[in-house]
Design a protein around this ligand. Structure first.
Ligand code: CAA
Length: 273
């Protein structure tokens, strides 16, 4: 997906041998996987922002596979599948079987408990949250989340890794949504409620926050950018943990997700793309 590809690009650009895993091999599709990474790098080379040699070096560090077992040689695996525990659990159980004892299994979850994900493995001390922001090649920060049983050594390794890919770490306890989504998601859900209740036009809600508060994107544009399915699942995790109505997905969001209007990646969300 959009996060996995971006994270792989960042790792490969930093000099790490990187294997991307996807359900389908996507290297020839310019919109996903290694194909999307190549397209982005070619654009940057075309704009004179990146050397051809740097692009070649990044691509040389990348390979792809459809088999999770092919990740058995990795020291670190970063999972970035859909934000649903049952899907992540399958990945972690498989990786736990396939990877040697020293491999750190990290998750890019936006909200799900690291302790709960680690429970799926026999290496609870070597499971950690490394939460990137969209788009990973651009956003300079990674949120590191230590589960109840994550060791200090794993934490130190994760911190070192984040600095070696040129990003800064922030640290959160294992609480639903961690730092950023605990604050961001209720704001996005409120903007959706405003729109759903006919309080204001979508463009005015977005322009209000973009130009009134100096943000790069208004809340409905940002929601489409993140993915409405992702926001819906994060909201459910927050609601389950904190039981406060402000985390409840608005009815319109649920309907849009059911209808496959997942935002920019599906061509339609609050706006059309
Ligand atoms: N992948 C890689 N690079 C991308 C990209 C993508 N999908 N989209 C844009 N970029 C790069 C461009 O190549 C460009 O790079 P250069 O400066 O080297 O040319 C740079 O980003 C700026 O892009 P643009 O000039 O095209 O557009 P912009 O100035 O409008 O910036 C943006 C685009 C960086 C996405 C900016 O609008 C922004 O910061 N938006 C807010 C994003 C945000 O809030 N992200 C966090 C979401 S929350 C989250 O991710 C956590 C979660 O769990 C839900």
């Amino acid at each position: 997906g959009q996060m996995g590809g971006g994270i792989a690009q960042v790792c490969a650009a930093a000099g790490f041998q990187t294997i991307t895993h996807d359900l389908f091999l996507t290297r020839d599709n310019p919109k996903v996987g290694i194909g999307a990474i190549r397209s982005r790098l070619e654009r940057q080379v075309g704009q004179g922002k990146l050397d051809q040699s740097a692009m070649n070096a990044t691509l040389a560090n990348l390979s792809d596979t459809t088999r999770l077992e092919d990740l058995a040689g990795c020291d670190l695996v970063i999972e970035a599948v859909i934000e649903r525990l049952e899907d992540k659990a399958v990945v972690f159980r498989t990786l736990d079987q396939a990877c040697p004892a020293h491999t750190i299994l990290a998750t890019n979850t936006s909200s799900i408990s690291i302790t709960e994900i680690a429970k799926e493995t026999k290496r609870r001390d070597r499971v950690i949250g490394t939460h990137f922001f969209n788009p990973p090649p651009v956003m300079p920060i990674v949120e590191i989340v230590q589960g109840l049983e994550t060791s200090d050594e794993t934490l130190a390794n994760a911190k070192d890794f984040v600095s070696r890919i040129g990003k800064r770490s922030i640290f959160s306890k294992d609480r639903a949504g961690f730092i950023v989504n605990y604050l961001l998601i209720p704001y996005l859900l409120d903007a959706m409620r405003m729109y759903e209740n006919g309080w204001a036009a979508r463009e005015d809600i977005d322009d209000g926050m973009k130009y009134g508060c100096g943000l790069p994107m208004g809340p409905l544009v940002l929601s489409d950018f993140i993915g409405l399915d992702t926001i819906y699942y994060i909201a459910l995790v927050l609601l389950e943990e904190f039981r406060e109505p402000k985390y409840a997905p608005p009815p319109l969001l649920k309907r849009m997700v059911l209808a496959g209007r997942h935002g920019r990646k599906s061509g339609k969300g609050f706006y059309e793309y």
